[in-house]
Design a protein. Structure first.
Length: 315
């Protein structure tokens, strides 16, 4: 992968996305290995490596290899809020602005306040209520009383559910508003409300601690407001990892030979670099019909990606 970037010299933005994915090994319940990927915001994966879990030392070595092998000096880093990545970046690249992915942060808020549990129950009740309201009552006058009674019960259950989850839903609303602030001034104003909100959850340690993290890392959450063109999500890398997962799901697990695992994953990365986008939307529509390499300014029509994969496997 690295040799292709060095040889073809694509035009990169310098905004570096970092994330990892567990790799399943046959005979082991837990995913002992992690595929750690670095992707430029152009959508081009520029480096990847296997490591024994996302540990700080391995990520620091990974960042070193980016500088030494690719001479890649990022002007911005985007990642999730994993402590190992935070500490590794802080030690190796302390001057580089580090943005946390807002998509991951919003998912984290939903997970901590258990929003999915509320949403599942509420959607089931609303679906049943909607189906009852759509029934044509006139031919079924003898069933009208039962239907009206059930509708009343469903409304009471919905009301009770909202009361049960009211503190969590309120916290979710205010935290989302805070994270999605579009100016530094709004973020500072909303931060005061978040600090007051935190005191209400002293007995619920998960929510209390999570709000504390959002306060502690406010500079990383709103980094994109201070730096022009800084991406604020890891969505492009998430898309790449999803494509990896589709392939890896059919394998159901690798053997213990790491060289073979690296070779296969390297082949997947090279294939992705030459594969055309097909369903990009909104601001990324211009990418459709082009590969990540073409988006980065490399003319690939005369290149054979299989030849390049064979070439890199021998390096």
């Amino acid at each position: 992968m690295t040799s292709i970037i060095k040889e073809l010299k694509p035009k990169l933005t310098g905004f570096l996305h970092l994330d990892g994915k567990g790799i399943k090994i046959k005979g082991k319940n837990k995913k002992g290995l992690t595929l750690f990927i670095a992707q430029d915001s152009k959508g081009l994966p520029i480096h990847q490596d296997l490591m024994d879990g996302e540990n700080k030392l391995a990520i620091m070595n990974f960042l070193d290899s980016l500088n030494k092998d690719l001479y890649y000096h990022p002007q911005g880093i985007i990642s999730d809020m994993k402590e190992e990545i935070i500490q590794a970046v802080k030690e190796k690249m302390p001057q580089i602005p580090h943005q946390f992915c807002l998509t991951h942060i919003l998912r984290g808020i939903d997970r901590v306040v258990r929003y999915q549990a509320y949403y599942t129950q509420a959607s089931r009740l609303l679906k049943r209520l909607k189906s009852l309201r759509s029934i044509f009552i006139y031919p079924y006058l003898n069933k009208k009383e039962r239907i009206v009674s059930e509708c009343r019960q469903l409304k009471q259950k919905l009301k009770a559910l909202k009361i049960k989850y009211k503190p969590q839903l309120l916290a979710r609303r205010y935290l989302r508003i805070y994270v999605l602030s579009n100016t530094i001034q709004k973020a500072e104003q909303r931060l005061q409300r978040i600090k007051k909100l935190r005191t209400k959850f002293k007995q619920q340690k998960k929510i209390f601690n999570h709000i504390g993290l959002l306060i502690k890392y406010k500079d990383n959450i709103f980094c994109h407001l201070n730096h022009t063109y800084m991406p604020y999500t890891n969505n492009t890398l998430e898309n790449l990892i999803k494509q990896y997962e589709r392939r890896l799901k059919t394998i159901e697990g690798f053997g213990n030979n790491q060289d073979i695992i690296k070779g296969y994953l390297n082949l997947m990365a090279i294939c992705y670099c030459f594969k055309s986008y097909t369903d990009c939307k909104k601001n990324n529509k211009y990418k459709n019909g082009k590969s990540p390499l073409e988006v980065a300014g490399v003319f690939t029509k005369s290149l054979d990606w299989v030849r390049y994969s064979y070439k890199t496997s021998n390096n």
